[in-house]
Write a protein that binds this ligand. Structure first.
Ligand code: ATP
Ligand code: MG
Length: 650
């Protein structure tokens, strides 16, 4: 497609001051794969260790012995690296800028204040009986206390499990039981888009479920002052426990391989997996990717608009930026409230240099027209980033032009909860950009494409994306279920890490993620990713969002079933359906012509904003009874509507 051939070369002025330019990328990348030990030994010097590691890498991907260790004899404390070591040089610099849901609400917390509060909370957790190795569940709004709680756990060697604050009591209960947490930290309510969410009520409900009686204490942050029930003896106000604690709390010495946190995947393709991440390798990887991929420079305000409930929030709101001594902006609300231009207003208000968001957020803005950004200038922006799904070239272009004023390169970062940090991504000073393309591997990452039998494919081709060797940020296991870890990632193809994603490598050696392997279509013997057809549809002026799935088709094997959400001001019609079919046919080719188009007022998405194609596939196949795990579905009402209006073939 013509869209895909557009190239945005590196801006040479940007490259001149960048951490990584073209030459450096090539030199370091080569070193990182030819001599991983040497490369990561040098990089490890950027952290502060109480005992420097002598052993760097000890990893095996063999399916009968999956064992991943980095820096295994090293000792450090993650919170010390994110806080204490910055106090002399930047104690008074803002560590967190918090922007509330209401544009009137904001506050700034310096490194010194954050250090103090984290130390007090760490002592508070100890007073509740939490020790090294214990787990703590966090079910919190996007408030600074969420970051504080993560860091307080890290400080005393407790393992946090952050559960996204949009999840139901049942989903929360399941995760509490899985991690056996004795303490839950929450808030009375959260506020998003002007609406209150009853977090504490949800915790109360979760704690009536079987197996949750392990919970001894619930710490409650007072966010709104809304009405809540109080369970004497179990519930404690956050401030009551924390305020009285001493501000001195020694950071526990941790082995590099001690667990730092448990975190669940989004559940796009099935039941969420609770990944276990460890301390040394994870932190190093989060910090290095944050610094180089966003080219973070001292003093800049950096904003990742994800939620701390996702890996993006862990690595790129909290751990990566704070390890680098950055100022990280934390936003409580949603991009469309109180007006559609909120993102731009926040950028102007806080002088944001780097903005990292998701295709789903961009598409939700695009549907309202370009004028929504008119009330902001966004002159402070330097770098943009995208994560979560393939970014359609149309959305890329909108982000680039309308948000970034055609000045700021977009880092399309491909990675996963399992990978801990960026895996395939451009770097601002090093990589020519192609809209919709994740481009090149990060240092130490060796991607490869294989066919369904696991045979390595060379050159420009489509295939299943695998990673040949370990990198420090990699998850070490699934909590309490190493067998599932081995089964999911190391048994499909022997000796490599299986990502579950499909990918195309072009003539320049750039990688394009084409969608989930589960979602690949096979139409009359032609394999097609969902991303390309969806991108084509989104490029039509009337289309806000599209999701493509296959359904059983007598002649073609699979037919193409498309769910389309139209822009705000567009009326659905049969003529428009015909027009869209012709549009795709002309854009990609006759083989990609949709067989069925269904208008979708909304698409089923995970709470992290990803389209759940497995549900759409079931609806298209008319199997509406067993939709699978829907625990991470954001809005069940959307699914009911789609079932009701599905196209039933005769
Ligand atoms: P589950 O594993 O439970 O199905 P999930 O895969 O959606 O959920 P995450 O770990 O949050 O959970 O998401 C990782 C996935 O998101 C990747 O495997 C990929 O499919 C998609 N993804 C993330 N970033 C990008 C990107 N820049 N381009 C294309 N796809 C991306
Ligand atoms: Mg996944």
């Amino acid at each position: 497609m013509s869209e895909q051939q557009r190239i945005y070369p590196v801006d040479e002025r940007l490259a001149a001051d960048a951490w990584i330019d073209r030459d450096r990328y090539q030199k370091l990348y080569r070193q990182s794969v030819e001599d991983p030990e040497g490369f990561w030994r040098e990089q490890a010097d950027s952290l502060s260790w109480s005992k420097k590691p002598a052993t760097i890498k000890n990893t095996s991907f063999a399916s009968d012995n999956v064992d991943i260790r980095w820096f295994e004899d090293g000792e450090l404390n993650v919170a010390h690296n994110c806080l204490d070591r910055h106090l002399d040089s930047r104690g008074d610099q803002p560590a967190i800028i918090w922007e509330g849901d209401d544009p009137e609400d904001h506050k700034t917390i310096s490194y010194r204040e954050l250090h103090q509060r984290v130390s007090q909370l760490a002592n508070g957790l100890k007073s509740l009986g939490i020790n090294k190795g214990d787990t703590v569940t966090l079910y919190m709004p996007m408030v600074p206390e969420a970051a504080m709680a993560m860091l307080a756990c890290a400080r005393i060697g407790a393992v946090h499990s952050v559960v996204f604050g949009g999840f139901s009591p049942d989903a929360l209960a399941g995760r509490i039981v899985d991690s056996q947490s004795r303490v839950v930290i929450t808030a009375d309510e959260s506020v998003r888009g002007g609406k209150q969410v009853p977090l504490k009520d949800n915790v109360d409900a979760a704690l009536t479920r079987e197996g949750t009686d392990v919970v001894e204490s619930v710490l409650v942050v007072r966010r709104t002052g809304g009405d809540i029930q109080w369970h004497e003896g179990r519930d404690r106000w956050f401030d009551d426990v924390v305020d009285q604690q001493p501000t001195d709390c020694p950071a526990e010495t941790m082995n590099a391989e001690d667990p730092l946190f448990i975190l669940y995947t989004s559940g796009s393709t099935g039941t969420p997996k609770g990944l276990k991440h460890t301390s040394g390798g994870y932190l190093l990887y989060a910090a290095l990717t944050h610094r180089t991929v966003f080219d973070y420079h001292e003093g800049e305000v950096y904003w990742c608009a994800a939620d701390v409930g996702w890996i993006t929030g862990h690595s790129y709101i909290v751990y990566g930026p704070l390890a680098n001594g950055a100022t990280t902006l934390m936003f409580e609300g949603v991009p469309t409230y109180p007006s559609h231009g909120r993102i731009g207003q926040i950028v102007d208000k806080h002088n944001v240099s780097i903005l990292y968001t998701s295709p789903t957020a961009i598409r939700s803005l695009m549907a309202h027209g370009e004028h929504i950004m008119d009330d902001s200038r966004r002159d402070s922006l330097r770098i943009l980033g995208s994560v979560g799904e393939p970014i359609n070239p149309e959305a890329w272009d909108w982000f680039y032009r309308v948000v970034g004023n055609s000045r700021c390169p977009i880092m399309d970062t491909w990675w996963q909860t399992e990978t801990g940090g960026h895996m395939i991504t451009p770097m601002p000073g090093a990589t020519d950009l192609k809209p919709g393309c994740a481009t090149k591997p990060f240092f130490g990452v060796q991607p490869a494409l294989v066919d369904n039998d696991g045979k390595r494919l060379e050159g420009a081709t489509d295939g299943n994306l695998v990673i040949l060797d370990s990198w420090p940020g990699q998850a070490r296991s699934i909590w309490n279920n190493h067998d599932r870890f081995v089964q999911t990632y190391f048994s499909t193809y022997e000796g490599v890490y299986f990502t579950g994603d499909g990918c195309r490598r072009d003539e320049d050696g750039d990688y394009w993620i084409t969608g989930r392997i589960d979602d690949v279509l096979n139409v009359s013997g032609h394999r097609m990713g969902t991303a390309e057809i969806e991108s084509s549809l989104v490029a039509h002026q009337d289309v806000a969002e599209a999701a493509v799935v296959g359904y059983p088709h007598d002649i073609k094997g699979q037919g193409i079933y498309v769910y389309v959400t139209l822009n705000d001001d567009v009326e659905p019609s049969d003529e428009l359906k015909q027009e869209l079919k012709q549009w795709v046919r002309k854009d990609i080719g006759p083989i990609a012509t949709p067989d069925v188009i269904q208008w979708a007022p909304g698409l089923p998405k995970t709470r992290s904003g990803k389209i759940m194609r497995r549900i759409l596939r079931k609806i298209a196949a008319n199997e509406c009874d067993g939709l699978g795990d829907t625990s991470t579905l954001a809005d069940p009402g959307v699914v009911e509507d789609l079932i009701e209006h599905r196209h039933v073939r005769t």
